[in-house]
Write a protein that binds this ligand. Structure first.
Ligand code: NAP
Length: 306
């Protein structure tokens, strides 16, 4: 099935929105791409970068006549954006988003939407620690999963059209229940970021004593946490606030396991430590075998921008 939209509107043109703009252009997925973002400065930058065909300060103007609308803003702003565009959406249009949490986005957006709109929330499992319209690149979604969380009454034809759109951007598509998505992402994405923010914060607190050492010897492990901990503060504040229950559940399991690890170290239980470290090494092998990472010293994230 080939996919082509007459007009796609991208609301929010940061890392994800601008990567979509590049992927749409590179794969010829739309005749016209309309762009809107909150600030005049970002909109002007998107225009300079030539990310779309038309540019609007008012998101309502961008979505008018669009067959596909994708919202790429921090999850805490999705309700306000839905409210701004609701009256201008074209009947029959597909409306989707890329937010990292799903139940909260649905709860915020759905009440504002007219009944003749096909609202199909989504989340591409692809990203970097960079933000803004300069950060995007067409290959971001290549070989990565995109999870769609349709609502109970979602039209199957529209779901297939949106799935095909993501496949054309290079993604593999999974369909999931929104609450299950939030639980899965809490462990694979949200918790690792929170742990990274915490460990880098702890080291930063120690810096008064060991400032130069933390930086100088960072290649021994610390450095790998700093990539996650350099992620966008607004985005991650919103993720924590909008997937609170699932994150707290995973954090409490994490704390229990950490206590067990602490006990093993205290009591010199080498066997327990060795068994855990062997099991976790296997997890990394599985991720590499699944094509979600490469076995390279830079952890496979060295991106060549085209
Ligand atoms: P980003 O690079 O920081 O860009 C955010 C965009 O949203 C900008 O266009 C910004 O506009 C706009 N925006 C910010 N606050 C807004 C508000 N209050 N109202 C309306 N627009 C607002 O962010 P991103 O990384 O593309 O993330 C966008 C979404 O994708 C988030 O929901 C995030 O959870 C999700 N996501 C991110 C990643 C990742 O790794 N980054 C991966 C998957 C999904 P201005 O610049 O004009 O203010």
């Amino acid at each position: 099935m080939s996919v082509h939209f007459k007009r796609i509107a991208l609301v929010g043109i940061g890392l994800i929105g601008s990567s979509l703009a590049h992927a749409i252009r590179q794969n010829g997925l739309a005749e016209h791409v309309a762009i809107s973002t909150r600030s005049r400065t970002t909109l002007e930058r998107a225009r300079q970068l030539g990310l779309g065909d038309s540019y609007f300060e008012d998101p309502g103007d961008a979505v008018r006549d669009a067959d596909l609308v994708v919202i790429s803003v921090p999850v805490g702003s999705s309700g306000a954006v839905a409210q701004q565009i609701a009256g201008s959406l074209k009947p029959g249009a597909i409306l989707s988003d890329v937010g990292s949490t799903k139940s909260s986005v649905i709860a915020q957006m759905e009440p504002h939407l007219p009944a003749d709109i096909h609202f199909i929330p989504g989340h591409p499992i692809a990203g970097t620690e960079h933000s803004g319209p300069d950060a995007g690149f067409a290959e971001l979604f290549q070989g990565r999963w995109c999870i769609l969380t349709p609502l109970p009454d979602t039209d199957t034809g529209k779901l297939e059209a949106l799935s095909e759109f993501w496949r054309a951007c290079g993604s593999k598509v999974d369909i999931m229940d929104p609450a299950h998505h939030d639980m899965v992402l809490a462990i694979v994405s949200h918790l690792p970021h929170i742990i990274a923010y915490n460990i880098v914060g702890t080291a930063d607190d120690l810096e008064a004593v060991t400032k130069s050492e933390v930086i100088k010897y960072s290649a021994s492990g610390f450095r790998d946490f700093t990539r996650l901990a350099a992620s966008d503060p607004t985005m991650w504040r919103d993720v924590c606030l909008h997937n609170k229950d699932a994150i707290l559940e995973m954090l409490s399991r994490f704390s229990e396991d950490l206590s067990a690890l602490q006990r093993a170290i205290r009591w010199g239980d080498g066997e327990k430590l060795f068994d855990l470290f062997t099991r976790t090494r296997e997890v990394r092998r599985s991720i590499i075998e699944a094509g979600q990472e490469i076995d390279a010293p830079d952890f496979g994230r060295h991106v060549v921008k085209k």
